[in-house]
Design a protein around this ligand. Structure first.
Ligand SMILES: Nc1ncnc2c1ncn2[C@@H]1O[C@H](COP(=O)(O)OP(=O)(O)OP(=O)(O)O)[C@@H](O)[C@H]1O
Ligand SMILES: [Mg+2]
Length: 362
């Protein structure tokens, strides 16, 4: 089936550390990679998900959109995942099956009592399951800064979603099991628990790549850059550097393990279900031996997510690209691929949480 009338979209992910851009062609069932790009951001342009230097970001975005590493972006329509640290999630159950109006009233009440900002300072969206509601909010001023940047570089967002849901689209797909995604980035690790393909829980902790560096800096008296290099070279290999790096990093990783165990206990008490497997994402997931170390400690299968699994990536095998393609680490694109997959659905605007400011809502 060709859908001539469907407007193509592309996906964009902006974090403190980097920007990723992806475009896919084809269908949700058979997506084909058509463009890919990435740019490292110097510190201070985006901090903890907030844009501090709009103009600098615009310059970088414009340049990136104009010249990607692979392929071309042929559309202005964008699906964007807001930084997880700047979105608020709240899960609750409706007391009974309610009419639409009463549901909205109940949701408004919940929002008023849950989020740390007045309602008028937030954008909202929600999704009602059987009885469970997922309510999502983001601060207007944070979102508006992104929208302003997009406007200035002439791209048009059609959906703003949340990272954990983008990630799941790319790494979980249709799997119905109880799966925990641990997105271990630079500043934070986000845990999101999916069951029957629905987001059930989302928690962030401040232990991730930066903290690993911090620990190495303090214990070995080295600079941030030296710590970064050491971390990437040795990781959790107990055989290297007399096991010193391993010991220092292990202590931090143990905190991540403790948090996963807490989440597992909580979910099991609530639903009787066990987490069946853990999928890792984020740059820090590449830490040497991390999946094995976690699997051993958690006594569950742990693997690094593979966003390429269901995507045709023949473009990367083309002669002009082949060598550059070897440098690509797919896990760094997991979030943006998930957003882009949403663009291939029939009505991307409505295919899930959308925090793009629209008329309705409270
Ligand atoms: N080979 C590697 N081994 C270990 N860590 C790595 C490796 N490559 C990158 N990292 C770490 O990954 C982190 C960046 O990951 P990512 O791009 O997912 O972060 P982010 O999304 O910008 O951060 P956050 O989600 O915390 O805001 C950095 O801390 C970096 O040191
Ligand atoms: Mg991240």
């Amino acid at each position: 089936m060709f859908n001539f009338f469907k407007k193509p979209t592309f996906g964009l992910d902006i974090s403190d550390y980097s920007i990723e851009i992806i475009s896919l062609e084809g269908t949700v069932e058979k997506p084909r990679l058509s463009a890919l790009g990435r740019e490292i951001l110097e510190p201070g342009i985006v901090e903890d998900g907030k844009i501090l230097e709009k103009e600098k970001l615009e310059v970088i975005l414009r340049a990136l959109l104009e010249k990607l590493k692979f392929g071309k972006i042929k559309t202005k329509k964008l699906i964007f995942a807001l930084p997880e640290s700047k979105t608020f999630l709240h899960f609750f159950e409706l007391p009974e099956v309610l009419e639409k109006e009463r549901i909205e009233k109940e949701i408004k009440l919940q929002a008023m009592h849950t989020f740390p900002f007045p309602l008028k300072e937030l954008y909202f969206d929600f999704k009602v399951g059987d009885k469970e509601v997922l309510l999502v909010a983001a601060q207007k001023d944070i979102v508006d800064d992104y929208l302003e940047v997009f406007k200035n570089v002439e791209i048009q967002p059609i959906a703003l979603e949340i990272e954990s849901i983008s990630l799941a689209r790319s790494l979980i797909g249709n799997q119905k099991e109880t799966i925990l995604i641990a997105d271990i980035g630079a500043r934070t690790t986000n845990f999101s628990l999916f069951d029957q393909n629905r987001l059930r829980l989302s928690i962030s902790i401040n232990i991730a790549g930066d903290r690993f560096n911090q620990a190495l800096m303090e214990k070995s008296n080295i600079s941030f850059q030296e710590a970064e290099n050491l971390k990437k070279e040795i990781g959790l290999d107990p055989e290297k550097k007399e096991g010193k790096v391993f010991l220092i990093l292990q202590k931090e990783i143990q905190e991540i393990i403790a948090e996963i165990k807490k989440i597992a206990d909580y979910f099991q008490n609530k639903t009787g279900k066990k987490i069946e497997k853990v999928i890792l994402a984020g740059g820090s997931a590449i830490l040497h031996h991390l999946p094995e170390y976690l699997a051993e400690n958690l006594e569950k299968p742990v693997s690094i997510g593979d966003p390429w699994e269901k995507i045709n990536i023949d473009i990367l095998k083309e002669k002009e690209y082949f060598e550059k393609a070897l440098e690509i680490n797919p896990i760094l694109y997991a979030t943006v691929i998930g957003s882009t997959l949403r663009g291939l659905t029939k009505e991307p605007e409505k295919a899930g949480i959308n925090l793009l400011p629209r008329e309705r809502k409270f």
